[in-house]
Design a protein around this ligand. Structure first.
Ligand SMILES: [Zn+2]
Length: 342
């Protein structure tokens, strides 16, 4: 056996460079590898645990947790900004999983709440917030398209918006139902064929050329590990397709008080076909109807009665779609989620 191997098999205990506080009243020991243990000296008030030995004049607790996750949790207790939580970062759910597991295990609510609130702020919970989120994304996509280096704030477009699969898995594991309707809607409206797998694209940036650079991406491969998530996504997508038909129906049918039925019928038929062609694959009824309402139906030659009638119906349909998202994706209702978070 070489010297190097013999050396590396020595067991070592090292004090954490910043989280070994000389005035701490408990020492926590956690393994970084089978042969390397990291020692943290912190304030016992944060952790109610049984003590089995002494170290450096204070009780020592041996933990089975990963030393890096523990370091992040303890750092967050003393300085919440150490978590480096960044708004709309697609990696947040993945980066926070280890810390969250420990925060839940040791019932450290301050850290748990901090992370949950941050992730909740990334995913809209009202239709108004969803519209603001989409408008922000639209503006970013435009800036991206106009930029010379094809980047937005120094990053690729898909790196500055949350990714739904990691968010869904995080929300299910740590019971954060409030973000699920929006995350699942985003997933169901993401085209798997065109946009490829998010992690694959990040490993091979040249793939971005073929991957609709300004569109949402998803970690499809991560979704594959859980068949029930795939099923919910499929059923939800089917519901969104039904809503497209509802909107198409509204666009096609004239108002009762229509002033010029034949012209309005032809115009409505044309608009309905255009609507399906533009927003039908993958079905994105919230976006499609919003586009129709924003541009108005004034570009058509429908009568004013029909335009007013269809506007009202489409607005109502859009509200209904948002309200029904929890049911469509087999989630607790908005009211239940809201009551639980109070
Ligand atoms: Zn009419």
């Amino acid at each position: 056996m070489s010297m190097y191997n013999a050396e590396s098999q020595h067991y070592s205990e090292t004090r954490h460079p910043t989280l070994y506080l000389c005035d701490g009243d408990v020492v926590l020991a956690a393994a970084r590898s089978p042969t390397a243990t990291i020692l943290f000296r912190v304030d016992k008030v944060y952790l109610a645990r049984s003590v089995n030995e002494m170290y450096d004049g204070v009780p020592r607790v041996q933990l089975a947790d990963d030393a890096d996750d523990l370091a992040r949790l303890l750092a967050a207790l003393y300085d919440p900004t150490s978590l480096s939580l960044e708004r709309l970062n697609p990696d947040t759910p993945i980066l926070m999983t280890g810390v969250m597991k420990l925060a839940v295990k040791y019932e450290i609510d301050a850290v748990r709440t901090l992370i949950v609130k941050h992730i909740e702020a990334d995913w809209p919970q009202t239709l108004e917030d969803w519209d603001a989120y989409q408008a922000e994304r639209g503006a970013a996509a435009q800036a991206y398209n106009e930029s010379k280096d094809k980047k937005f704030k120094g990053k690729y477009f898909d790196e500055v918006y949350p990714e739904p699969v990691a968010a869904i898995r995080f929300a299910l594991e740590f019971d954060v139902p409030s973000i699920l309707p929006a995350a699942w809607y985003q997933l169901a409206t993401t085209d798997a064929k065109v946009h490829l797998d998010y992690d694959t694209i990040r490993r091979q940036p040249s793939l971005r050329l073929f991957s609709a650079p300004c569109s949402a991406k998803a970690r499809w491969k991560l979704l594959q590990t859980d068949a029930s998530l795939l099923t919910i996504t499929m059923f939800g997508k089917a519901k969104l397709e039904d809503y497209m038909k509802v909107a198409e129906h509204i666009l096609r049918n004239s108002a009762l008080a229509c002033e010029s039925s034949q012209r309005c019928e032809q115009s409505g038929f044309k608009k309905a076909r255009e609507f399906l062609a533009l927003y039908g694959t993958p079905a994105d009824p919230l976006y499609g109807i919003k586009q129709i309402l924003t541009s108005g139906l004034w570009d058509t030659d429908m009568c004013t009665e029909c335009i007013a009638y269809k506007h009202k119906q489409l607005q109502r349909a859009r509200r209904t779609i948002w309200e029904a998202l929890p049911e469509d994706f087999q989630l607790p209702s908005w009211e239940m989620t809201e009551a639980a978070s109070e």
